[in-house]
Design a protein around this ligand. Structure first.
Ligand code: TYM
Length: 332
């Protein structure tokens, strides 16, 4: 079986619709066909200031949401990044292989540090993509299911893997991004020119999966569209409507062309009302399942402990090979 690996930050509390459609949904599907490793990336979360209590709670909450979304610990390896110390260890080696200029070109760092004020951004935020490189290479992942915003980090992963292999001999698998076109980038409901995100979206533009159903329905019904009236998929001239169609299509498994037909001659109101219902029908059982996993933290922690053990077995082997190749004296 080919291997996949991916991660999600626990920072935000509730997952948003972009996280789910862009990434987590694919994780669930890939556990059936791939040897799958999925993690909650708490080491990445501390690249910006974190409250310890909240981080702990949000790490459990993220794991609960992944299980609620359909990850099955019998079919995949689900773990918390800090439970596997090899991530930080391999990241150090990768840091020493990365050019300063190369790291400076990472667009997500540029965006995030600009938002915080460049002087206040941590060195950890700067080296964030290199920790992600280590995450991926440790598991010799063939594919990495993510949204479009992570593509550059996977390219960096390939570059560093190639550099290491060239310098020290074949060690790492070169991973490919696994990005589905239809859901690569889910847009903000109020401003369909930007991606939906916790940091940039306004509350009205952001669908949190754990929101009250009423609030979710309202956000969908007040989504920004355009002054035209035709329901047609055309991201260039009709970004708002196209975004709604993508979401609708993915959540219901109906082709976009079929939806265009269904809504021919109908107004945007009808589309939004129906999509609001689709969203609520999806989110309601998701919230309930999340809550039931949270109600039983012992079972949740046991799942994560088992996941960490499975992950470590793979990670330790890769790290040992890497250390040997680099020339570290083995500890006797
Ligand atoms: P994070 O936590 O920001 O987001 C988790 C996943 O959600 C995707 N995503 C979106 N997809 C489509 N449309 C959107 N509007 C949208 N917003 C978010 C992201 O692309 C991501 O796949 N650096 C990563 C976490 C990470 C990781 C890794 C990923 C750490 N190590 C190793 C893969 C492999 C991140 O911050 O994702």
């Amino acid at each position: 079986r080919p291997r996949v690996l991916s991660g999600i930050q626990p920072t935000a509390g509730s997952f948003h619709l972009g996280n789910y459609l862009g990434a987590v949904r694919q994780w669930v599907a890939l556990q059936e066909t791939h040897d799958a490793f999925y993690m909650v990336v708490d080491l990445h979360a501390i690249t910006v200031p974190q409250d310890p209590k909240e981080l702990r709670a949000n790490t459990r909450l993220a794991a609960a949401q992944l299980l609620a979304a359909g990850l099955d610990p019998e079919r995949c390896t689900l773990f918390v990044q800090s439970h596997v110390p090899e991530h930080a260890q391999l990241a150090w080696v990768m840091n020493c292989l990365t050019g300063f200029g190369e790291a400076s070109r990472m667009t997500q760092f540029k965006d995030k540090s600009a938002r915080q004020g460049a002087d206040r951004a941590s060195v950890g935020l700067f080296t964030y993509p290199i920790l992600q490189v280590a995450d991926i290479l440790l598991y010799q992942a063939n594919e990495v299911p993510v949204g479009e915003d992570q593509r550059q980090h996977i390219e960096l992963t390939r570059d560093l893997a190639e550099r290491f292999n060239g310098r020290f001999g074949p060690t790492f698998t070169l991973p490919k991004p696994y990005i589905l076109k239809e859901t690569a980038k889910i847009y903000d409901l109020q401003d369909p020119s930007i991606k939906m995100s916790k940091s940039a979206s306004t509350p009205k533009g952001l669908i949190n999966l754990l929101d009250e159903p009423k609030a979710t329905a309202k956000k969908v019904r007040s989504a920004v569209t355009d002054t035209d009236t035709v329901i047609r998929f055309d991201p260039e001239t009709k970004p708002g409507v196209s975004n709604l169609l993508s979401v609708y299509s993915t959540l219901t498994g109906t082709a976009v062309a079929e939806l265009e037909q269904k809504y021919e001659g109908k107004g945007y109101g009808a589309l939004k009302t129906d999509l609001a219902e689709v969203m609520v029908d999806f989110a309601t059982p998701f919230r309930e399942r999340t809550r039931s996993y949270l109600d039983d933290p012992e079972t949740l922690d046991a799942i994560l402990a088992k996941g960490a053990e499975k992950a470590r077995a793979v990670a330790a082997e890769t790290l040992a090979q890497t250390y040997a190749r680099v020339g570290f004296l083995p500890a006797k």
